[in-house]
Design a protein around this ligand. Sequence first.
Ligand SMILES: Cc1cc2nc3c(=O)[nH]c(=O)nc-3n(C[C@H](O)[C@H](O)[C@H](O)COP(=O)(O)OP(=O)(O)OC[C@H]3O[C@@H](n4cnc5c(N)ncnc54)[C@H](O)[C@@H]3O)c2cc1C
Length: 411
Amino acid sequence: MSTHVLVLGAGMVGVSTALALQQRGHHVTLVDRNARCLETSYGNAGIIQREAVRPYGFPREWRAILRVASGRGNEAHYHLGGLPGIALRLARYWAHSAPAAYAPIAEAYERLIAHCLTEHARWMDECGAQDLVSRNGWLQSYRTPAVWHAAAAEALRVADRAGLDCAVLDGAALAAAQPALQAPMAGAIHWKDAWSVSEPAELVERYAALFVKKGGVVLVGDARTLRQQGRGWAVDTASGSVDAEHAVLALGPWSDQATRALGYKLPLFVKRGYHRHYRRGATLALPMLDMEQGVMLAPMKRGIRITTGAEFAPLDAPSTPVQLHRAEQSTRSLLDLGEPVEAQPWRGARPCTVDMKPVIGAAARHRGLWFNFGHAHQGFTLGPVCGRLLAELMSGETPIVDPEPYSPARF
Ligand SMILES: Cc1cc2nc3c(=O)[nH]c(=O)nc-3n(C[C@H](O)[C@H](O)[C@H](O)COP(=O)(O)OP(=O)(O)OC[C@H]3O[C@@H](n4cnc5c(N)ncnc54)[C@H](O)[C@@H]3O)c2cc1C
């Protein structure tokens, strides 16, 4: 039965959900406080990570934990003052990363991410986004031979089990694949199934334009005004109050605030991240993660986008882009990076859950309220398949994957 649905949040997850609902005959109004895509779906590294069959667990090895705790590693940074507020959630994240708890999580994640390319391809074909997309995979590179050997053996095991295409490149093969490199590296893993996008926000905006072309409505409004009204929901927008039978919260890192306001205590937290572009004549042939320095280098329309690892800090605490400064320094030993394009780095936040899986499904205590958030490190990848999954649940269709591992009721 066709109904009117409010989708709150127009990042990759919200726009994809709106498209999937519209495809099933629902009348959909998409509401965001910004008229453009400016948040997490804007600032990511733009990789559609078909190979990411294992979500990022909390390091369990003491050497890795000590590296982060002592501030020696660049893959993570934390605000000491912010830790007490998230300590319990980090402890649960740590517990879910133990091998016995992690195994079923990774199995569920793998079943979901297996559909990421086909679900993106549907909307890319319809909106004409091929010019933004490269289908050549990405490189996970290493500076130290022993670390590269160990990682390559593990990558081959994962690829074999999950049916992924990956090649192990030695230093010479890496230099050939990435001609802009000016210093030797030990080697790399080339994940060949993944796609990359030269301007992530533009892809989201093309999906949103497709939604509008097909009759969808996009309005500027504040999700904090969401309230129950009659048998449904209402929200205030710049065009007045809009009501509908159903409301979907797809607010990425702001979902915690919205769900708390409605009385839900979901174990959500954020891992903040930064980016900045650097422009010079040479560019990268493929996105490349400098694993041991915790630096992702992504070729974008605006130059090479450096993105950083996880920063554990409150969502709105002032920016502390120490990881970006270190990333810039370490990258200058590999590449002729040039000057930064922006005066200040961009800052965003990955919306995370303690069990590494997104929250997709019906809210337990409110009729007509639905959740789709918590996609952490892979929300740009997962938006379309998770949008489809939620739309199927809302429409009473057979879901593309078993929805139980993602149910809000698991908390
Ligand atoms: C540095 C970095 C690199 C990353 N790289 C990758 C990658 O390569 N591949 C990948 O798959 N993922 C990557 N990610 C993760 C990915 O970007 C996120 O998981 C994804 O963008 C989340 O999408 P979303 O739609 O849930 O959230 P968002 O894109 O943040 O969208 C949420 C929307 O809600 C709106 N909103 C918030 N509050 C309100 C309100 N009160 N009223 C109305 N609207 C509101 C915001 O304006 C925003 O548009 C990366 C993340 C970071 C930070």
